[in-house]
Design a protein around this ligand. Structure first.
Ligand code: G3H
Ligand code: 13P
Ligand code: ZN
Length: 305
């Protein structure tokens, strides 16, 4: 049975954390944290993560993780760029797929998304699409250009009605990667509010939502990683968004930061031993700590009865 965890999140005002993985160790750490917090969780894979891990291996890993995980877990294709990519993820056992044609002309986005929705729904799989561009608050742009990056609420309503997507990723000032803001962090909660008023039954998704904790940035700098000037979304913004209609919050950069802090600091500590399991375990512990923290911020702790 495929899982759509966002319905309960919409009804009960919380967000499910969606964390990217590209290794079995990171997936296990995500699951351990969700279990320890008694929270639902989404484990997601990008197209490049699929090619890194290998489709056939991944198919078996998904099936096995699903069997072993003690809380509801759903597997999701992140940023699928084509119908074929979505179809492949469905065959691999994903519960939901994202079709991201937000960079294409609007009508192309509508038509490719609709095609994916038809195919996915006939296989019992849920679909996330995206409208708007994740350009952050674009500190250097003029006001008119800035506004064109954000999701238009009226277009969001029309898009959902025409495509029948199950959830919609919106652009309200977030951005992928570690460098989201050169100045003050900002999110357009006014746009979120307008969108949720127009499509109250559609769970909304926040991409580019890593926190890039300043303490972690400092730790990475001390470990020799060039991440000067990195800045993410403050926890209080994510908490507020999850109390509104943001029902899925994506994080990849934060997972990478935590994993690398664990690995690099352990390499130093253990004098560069050849037993890589020590490094990976330390990375897993940091990822689990991060995921547990996010689950608390998103108010999804103890949601499993
Ligand atoms: O939003 C994109 C994700 O961070 C995936 O990145 O293609 O390097 O796996 P990736
Ligand atoms: P971050 O780069 O902020 O972690 O965003 C990840 C994401 O949106 C994956 O789809
Ligand atoms: Zn994304």
């Amino acid at each position: 049975m495929k899982k759509f965890l966002l319905k309960d999140a919409l009804k009960n005002n919380y967000a499910v954390g969606a964390f990217n993985f590209s290794t079995l160790e990171v997936l296990k750490a995500i699951i351990a944290a969700a279990e320890s917090q008694n929270s639902p969780v989404i484990a997601q894979i990008s197209e490049s993560a699929i090619s890194f891990m290998g489709e056939e291996y991944l198919k078996d890993i998904i099936a096995s993780a699903r069997k072993q995980c003690k809380v509801p877990i759903s597997f999701h294709l992140d940023h699928g760029k084509s119908f074929e990519s979505a179809k492949k993820a469905i065959e691999m056992g994903c519960d939901s797929v994202m079709i991201d044609c937000s960079m294409l002309p609007y009508e192309d986005n509508v038509s490719i998304t609709s095609k994916v929705v038809e195919y996915a729904h006939s296989n019992g799989v849920f679909v996330e699409a995206e409208l708007g561009s994740l350009a952050g608050t674009e500190d250097d742009l003029h006001v008119d250009d800035k506004d064109s990056c954000y999701t238009s609420p009226s277009q969001a309503k029309e898009f959902v009605e025409r495509t029948h997507v199950d959830s919609l990723a919106i652009a309200i000032g977030t951005k992928h990667g570690a460098y989201k803001y050169s100045g003050e962090a900002k999110l357009r909660f006014d746009i979120l509010e307008e969108i949720q008023k127009l499509i109250p039954n559609t769970p909304l998704v926040l991409h580019g939502a890593s926190g890039v904790n300043p303490v972690d940035v400092q730790r990475l700098l001390e470990l020799g990683v060039d991440i000067q000037g990195a800045k993410g979304i403050p926890d209080e913004f994510l908490k507020r968004a999850s109390e509104m209609h943001i029902c899925k919050i994506n994080g990849d950069t934060d997972v990478r930061i935590s994993y690398m802090i664990g690995i690099l600091s352990n390499i130093e500590k253990n004098n560069k031993s050849i037993d890589y399991r020590g490094y990976l375990s330390a990375g897993m512990q940091e990822v689990a700590r991060l995921v547990s923290h996010k689950i608390e911020i998103y108010n999804s702790k103890n949601r499993i009865k």
